[in-house]
Design a protein around this ligand. Structure first.
Ligand code: SF4
Ligand code: SF4
Length: 424
């Protein structure tokens, strides 16, 4: 029997439990398998690509002019106290991003070498050994403690690792330890395992997208990711092995998460998980610690996405695909060819971010799978969708009827809706 990906649901510290019966373990994912055309991604992020394309399309200085106009508009919103964009809203987001912004790939919390943990040799013991299945459970338990809502193990695949970052090549070598030199990032070839992690986003904040409060949900997810992978890397090093922590840097997170059984590739061209929908941030740790790998999952998502299209309709910039079927047709240099997907127009998406002054996230909030995992009605709906795709349209209509996906009042977050207020 395959090792099930462990899920921690409900937000509080809890023991690992098996997933719902309708989450099936499969040999091949419904979407996301790669062809021979699939190549290592350049590593250029959408921010750099957008800047280049904007200059090419609208002329020299157009990017800088757009940024200046954005800054002026945001200052105006702060002065006039526009809900969701006031100074406290903006700074709440800035605070949430702190841990993520303070760490460059390969440095600080994201160091590729030991930060402070003492090695087994320093403690006078040998390194920890156990059968691969037990090792996987040990590492997953630690990952959950550090904040993973979902965690699975995938085999390393060099094709998913970026070619470059920070103007240096990322290379695989017969090395004993990972290294960051003046010219390259070195991943030892013996690092054959990837711990794929999904960090749940704060739904109260995400429901305020596309305001600064919605952006705080993204920042918090990234900062929690940095903490989780840094802590897990130190734990693994403390057992006597090598570990490289990674958030959005170094490699694509989605294909590793698909292969580790965290979720499925969706119309968003992002991962959707059975428990948290797309409202997660993905991160990972590469290691030479031998562990049993998980398998991909199928919970009927791809068939559901074919009919649903709720995210595409909700997207204000029309960046998401309305096609009935996924295809091999990419939409820009931010997409990697060589696999079937509903490819998105990231240029349009990022252009909209410039209008609102921060990240958006409306599509994540609108997805019917973005629900508190413990709500029984949604478990029943998701279960039925996994076995009866014909009913998918009905569930989408019901999702609308329940009012999900509608933006919540930003000002209520500071008073009535904040979790600590509810608890009181
Ligand atoms: S983040 Fe906003 S603009 Fe971008 S795809 Fe999602 S809904 Fe559209
Ligand atoms: S909103 Fe609908 S179409 Fe979009 S990812 Fe979610 S289930 Fe798929």
């Amino acid at each position: 029997m395959p090792v099930a990906v462990s899920a921690l649901t409900g937000g509080a510290r809890a023991s690992a439990r098996k997933r719902a019966w309708w989450v099936k373990s499969v040999d091949r994912p419904a979407l996301g398998e790669k062809t021979a055309d699939f190549k290592r991604f350049s590593g250029d992020n959408i921010f750099a690509i957008y800047r280049q394309l904007k200059t090419k399309r609208d002329g020299a200085g157009s990017f800088e002019a757009e940024q200046a106009a954005k800054a002026k508009r945001m200052a105006g919103w702060m002065r006039e106290g526009k809900p969701g964009f006031r100074l406290p809203d903006h700074q709440l987001s800035e605070g949430a991003w702190t841990l993520m912004k303070a760490n460059e790939p390969g440095a600080g919390l994201l160091s590729w070498t030991r930060i402070s943990v003492r090695t087994p040799a320093e403690l006078g013991v040998g390194r920890h050994t156990a059968p691969p299945e037990e090792m996987a459970e040990t590492v997953k338990a630690a990952a959950r403690l550090y904040g993973a809502g979902l965690v699975g193990i995938a085999p390393m695949n060099e094709a998913y690792v970026n070619l470059r970052q920070e103007k240096k090549d990322i290379v695989f070598e017969d090395a004993e330890v990972p290294a960051v030199t003046g010219t390259k990032y070195v991943i030892p070839k013996k690092m054959k395992w990837v711990v794929a992690i999904a960090i749940p986003m704060d739904l109260d904040l995400l429901a305020r997208a596309p305001t600064a409060l919605g952006d705080a949900a993204t920042g918090l997810g990234y900062s929690h990711s940095a903490f989780a992978v840094a802590s897990l890397a130190e734990f693994i090093r403390g057992l006597g092995y090598q570990a490289i922590p990674s958030v959005n840097d170094t490699a694509l997170s989605v294909p590793f998460a698909v292969e580790a059984g965290i979720g499925e590739l969706s119309r968003l061209n992002k991962l959707v998980t059975p428990e948290f929908g797309p409202a997660v941030r993905l991160c990972k740790v590469f290691t030479d610690l031998p562990m049993a790998c998980d398998k991909p999952v199928d919970f009927g998502l791809v068939e559901f996405c074919k009919k649903c299209k709720k995210c595409a309709e909700a997207c204000p910039s029309r960046a998401l695909s309305f096609d009935d079927e996924p295809s091999f047709k990419t939409r820009g240099p931010w997409n990697n060819p060589g696999h079937k997907a509903w490819f998105e127009d990231s240029y349009k998406c990022y252009q909209y971010w410039q209008k609102v002054g921060n990240g958006c996230g409306i599509c994540l909030a609108s997805c019917p799978y973005t629900k508190a995992a413990q709500a029984w009605i949604h478990g029943a709906v998701k279960a039925t969708a996994s076995i009866a795709p014909a009913a998918d349209g009905f569930f989408r209509i019901m999702d609308n009827a329940f009012g999900y996906g509608r933006q919540h009042d930003p000002e209520r977050w500071w008073t009535k809706d904040a979790p600590w207020v509810r608890r009181g």
